[in-house]
Design a protein around this ligand. Structure first.
Ligand SMILES: [Zn+2]
Length: 122
């Protein structure tokens, strides 16, 4: 699995944008949304009230439309959408070709043992 693969929230197998869908549940009053899921079209949760095909969301205009449609909507359970700080640290480190928790330019082995700090997110 490469670092930018899409992974199905339901079956945990990687997927292509053309096979993926974002689903969520919209409350009747339209002011709250929750249970966002990124899944294979075949794995999509049956209880979802809304869906958007990922092949449409990868365009800049449709992505921005999707994001701006979320403005002003409360999500009573946002935790599943939050990135894991350790995961973000790994992605950031990988983007610099470095190892997580190691200062840029520091020898990897020495830095990892002496400086296991986490700057992720706080
Ligand atoms: Zn799946």
């Amino acid at each position: 699995m490469s670092e930018y693969d899409l992974v199905c929230d339901v079956c945990a197998i990687t997927m292509e944008p053309r096979d993926a869908v974002v689903t969520w549940v919209s409350k009747a009053d339209g002011r709250e949304e929750q249970d966002f899921t990124l899944a294979h079209i075949a794995c999509a949760p049956p209880g979802a009230t809304n869906r958007k095909e990922v092949k449409l969301l990868v365009g800049p205009n449709t992505f921005l439309e999707f994001v701006s449609d979320r403005f002003g909507k409360a999500n009573p359970d946002p935790d599943p959408l939050r990135a894991n700080p350790a995961e973000m640290d790994s992605l950031r480190a990988a983007s610099f070709g470095a190892e997580p928790g190691v200062k840029f330019g520091a020898p990897a082995a020495a830095g990892a043992a002496a400086n296991p700090k986490d700057e992720g997110g706080k």
